[in-house]
Design a protein around this ligand. Structure first.
Ligand SMILES: *Cc1c(COP(=O)(O)O)cnc(C)c1O
Length: 838
């Protein structure tokens, strides 16, 4: 299907030699140089001599953006005239990462741009470093949306990503005295060259008020929603270019503003200050990303945000449809809308409302269209992460939607009652309204009932959905349940972040072929035992470790030895279920062993962490403090610091992640089985040649299946064993008292050694482990230590380790997000690629 040519080699020669290049679109070195000088002068208003580093970056960004706009306009035109079926990805988060390097790779001009930079005497790396990433997401879920945008364009599927243009993204993390300190993320302060404001694409979004029911002349029942607040959503567009193709898709993020024709009379009766207040209130809606992995119960602003971006997006889809092919009856043939978790689930009620109230469609017709438009991706099994909203809040904020949800529920529960006569317990379980305690709307149920397809994000997760949280729904319509295992984009996570590895792979896997078909990595397999490749493989890894070590020494001051030390990395959000504390217990065990036997021959290790804690998550913040406190003691103890060191990288985000993934020897994926829906960090590490120490959880299971059990360090209970142990009554106390080393490790945490004598600081953490331990750290402790000992033994045999590392990379093809997107396209969306040449 892919009609494109290899970009690095052929794109520049596409332009006929006789035609002079346009400076805004030309791909030759000469054009790039001229364009850069022009942009510096005419956009930034600077001569080279007085340009700041930021000016130099902006000129580079505009030079690259110009070349994307050319293809963007062409894509939009082809999509429109061919009436292409389009995917709308609805996501409250996009964790995009820096654009510049990625766009250079996708345009196929990384090398020629680098040479152009050299000739202009520019520091190319410094320009790339200057970019501040848009952190419009918390972690895995937001990063997934960003990987999917890259892959949708690369596999040439017409797509629009819809979301919120938060003014403040995820907070920046500082570490002060070992504690996390949050700083607001002012990513827009210097301007954003990648977005194009579309002030004319804007929609009203209403809140509050009441509804009025009446009959029209034809006798049909009609509803009018009389709101008491209205804000305006304005589109900001970012082009998303695929790799080596002409396809450019659209990321459309909405900014909240006060409505243009602000009506003082209606809202404030001439109250000037009131009107200004209303303006501020409107703009608050897209002001800040909620820094939580999990929903914050009852936060009104959060619900306002969700409805805000959903309403703008659905109105935009209707506008696009009416502008092209037309009647609303075929809306679902033009669009499929994927709900990234329940955050956009209100879309189900919003599309119903717009079709019925604004376009006079009867319920059944509207429901048919709605039901055939949406698909829902579930991202979590953690009960505390399942989103619900109080009926009272809905009534106040979205009274019309509440009516629609009630009616959806009434009709749906009727079908449940007919299907399961007399089973009222089941009816209560499946209801969109949770009647236990205060009445709450179950957003996952709304998403399932309003969607054509439901999917989990890894094989185990998709199975668990069917037997736990959505069991009743699965029993009623099993054919709607699917699995689509997550993936990550090899462009950003290999080519951009690990260029040395990319170059080495290219020698074996064909000129850039593997970058768009990651299964081609298999060609490495037959060379896994070749000492020559192994030696070069090791050089590449060591060089990446050197880069990271240098960076860490300059940012935080920890000195690591990349030559002798194994780099053992755990980088992800801080959360008890991810069990960073299990990792810490292992470090403490090794520390104690070394103290007892200073002559212990051991493989030196650098234990490296990164990750933000939700600002209100006390236990996660205490884990950060513990890691830094253990680091302080170990790194300053000459008896051990030749063998082990501990580093905490502050502000783990996409940009910093790109420094970590290439440098890992060992990837820590140690969540309690059954808790991590998929994980994607596990894939990024493995793609960069790290071996995984992991539980049978999420996509770890599939990674192990692919790379081979003998190339994966498995430990710990299975999800089934966890379930049984929980059912029997888990008693962490017994483990604490039954294992001398475990007890001694936990006791050291509270001994004051890591806290300058304070025996209370870490008490809550230790007590929680001994008494509750909801994520069964103690139950898996011994298996984890044994596994770590095996890992050290293998690391001591470089040929074996290198072979395993090569095989890990060779067998990671499945985990390209291109494969995930093709799965969605074929099995769920029913959508064909629409190739656009360069
Ligand atoms: C990939 C990624 C994640 C997800 O990591 P997991 O290990 O899957 O939890 C979170 N944050 C950032 C910045 C990432 O790049």
């Amino acid at each position: 299907m892919n009609t494109a040519v290899a970009p690095e080699t052929e794109a520049p020669t596409e332009v006929p030699a006789a035609t002079p290049e346009h400076t805004r679109t030309g791909m030759s070195k000469a054009s790039l140089k001229q364009a850069y000088i022009d942009n510096l002068f005419y956009i930034q208003g600077r001569f080279r001599e007085v340009a700041t580093p930021h000016d130099l970056y902006m000129a580079a960004a505009f030079t690259v953006r110009d070349r994307m706009l050319d293809r963007w306009v062409k894509s939009a035109q082809v999509y429109k005239t061919s009436h292409a079926r389009t995917v709308c990805y609805l996501s409250a988060e996009y964790l995009l990462g820096p654009h510049l390097a990625n766009n250079l790779v996708n345009l196929g001009i990384s090398e020629v741009a680098r040479r152009a930079g050299e000739e202009l005497d520019l520091d190319f790396e410094a320009i790339l470093e200057e970019e501040e990433e848009p952190g419009l997401g918390n972690g895995g879920l937001g990063r997934l949306a960003a990987c999917y945008m890259d892959s949708l364009a690369t596999v040439q599927i017409p797509a629009i990503g819809y979301g919120i243009r938060y003014e403040f993204g995820i907070f920046d993390q500082d570490i002060q005295n070992g504690w996390q300190v949050e700083r607001s993320d002012t990513w827009l302060r210097n301007g954003n060259p990648w977005e194009i404001p579309r002030p004319k694409i804007s929609f009203p979004v209403r809140y509050g008020g009441h509804t009025e029911h009446s009959r029209d002349q034809a006798g049909r029942s009609r509803v009018r929603w009389v709101a008491d607040m209205v804000v305006s959503g304005v589109a900001f567009d970012t082009p998303v270019l695929g790799y080596g193709v002409g396809n450019v898709n659209l990321l459309r993020l909405w900014k909240a503003e006060a409505p243009e024709s602000f009506d003082f009379q209606v809202f404030n009766v001439g109250d000037y200050y009131g009107a200004v207040h209303a303006k501020i209130e409107a703009e608050t809606i897209s002001k800040v990303l909620y820094p939580n992995d999990e929903p914050e119960a009852g936060k009104e602003l959060r619900l306002k945000q969700q409805y805000f971006f959903v309403s703008c997006s659905i109105q935009d889809m209707i506008r696009l449809h009416l502008n092209t092919v037309g009647p609303l009856e075929t809306f679902h043939e033009k669009f499929v809308a994927q709900l990234n978790d329940t955050h956009p689930a209100i879309a189900v009620a919003e599309l119903m409302r717009l079709l019925m109230d604004d376009h006079a469609m009867p319920w059944d017709a509207a429901w048919d269209i709605t039901r055939n438009t949406f698909c829902y991706t579930n991202h979590t099994l953690l009960p505390e992460a399942l989103e619900t909203w109080s009926v009272a809040l809905f009534e106040r904020l979205l009274p019309r939607h509440l009516e629609i949800i009630y009616e959806i529920n009434r009709r749906f529960l009727d079908t449940v009652r007919v299907r399961y006569l007399g089973d009222e317990a089941r009816v209560a379980r499946m209801s969109l309204i949770d009647e236990t305690g205060g009445r709450r709307i179950r957003m996952a149920h709304l998403a399932v009932v309003g969607s054509r397809a439901v999917n989990g994000v890894a094989a185990l997760h998709s199975e668990l959905i069917k037997t736990t949280i959505l069991k009743d729904f699965y029993e009623m319509s099993p054919e709607r349940f699917h699995n689509v295992t997550n993936g990550v984009t090899p462009r950003r996570f290999i080519v951009v972040s690990n260029p040395r590895l990319a170059e080495l792979i290219t020698e074996f896997c064909g000129h850039d072929r593997w970058i768009r078909d990651l299964d081609c990595l298999r060609d490495l397999e037959e060379h896994a035992e070749d000492p020559a490749l192994q030696a070069r493989w090791r050089e590449v890894k060591t060089a990446a470790k050197q880069d990271l070590a240098l960076w860490l020494s300059q940012h935080g001051g920890v000195v690591l030895d990349p030559q002798t030390m194994m780099f053992d990395i755990q980088a992800k959000r801080m959360h008890e279920y991810k069990r960073q504390h299990l990792n810490v217990l292992h470090i403490i065990r090794v520390y104690q062993r070394l103290k007892q036997n200073p002559n212990l021959g051991m493989v030196p290790r650098a234990f490296i962490f990164g990750g933000k804690a939700a600002p209100g998550y006390y236990m996660a913040k205490l884990m950060i403090k513990l890691i830094n406190s253990v680091a302080e003691v170990i790194n300053n103890d000459p008896q051990v610091n030749g063998f082990i060191r501990v580093a905490f990288m502050a502000d783990f985000n996409v940009k910093n992640g790109q420094r970590l993934y290439p440098a890992a020897d060992l990837s820590e994926q140690i969540s309690l089985a059954g808790k991590e829906a998929s994980g994607t960090g596990n894939m990024k590490f493995s793609m960069n040649g790290a071996l995984t120490v992991g539980t049978l959880d999420g996509a770890n299971i599939e990674i192990r299946d692919e790379v081979g059990a003998e190339n994966f360090f498995l430990f710990g209970m299975t999800a089934e064993e966890v379930r049984r142990k929980q059912a029997e009554g888990y008693r962490p106390w017994d483990y604490y008292h039954g294992d001398d080393e475990l007890r001694s490790d936990i006791d050291l945490v509270t001994s004051g050694l890591f806290s300058h004598g304070d025996t209370n600081l870490f008490r809550p953490l230790a007590d929680h482990l001994i008494n509750q331990d909801p994520f069964m750290v103690l139950a898996d402790y011994r298996a984890y230590l044994n596994c770590q000992d095996r890992i050290s033994e293998v690391y001591d045999r470089p040929a074996e380790w290198d072979r395993m590392s090569i095989l890990n990379v060779a067998r990671m093809g499945k985990f390209s997000s291109d494969r995930s997107i093709r799965d969605y396209a074929e099995r769920i969306w029913g959508i064909e690629p629409k190739p656009i040449g360069i």
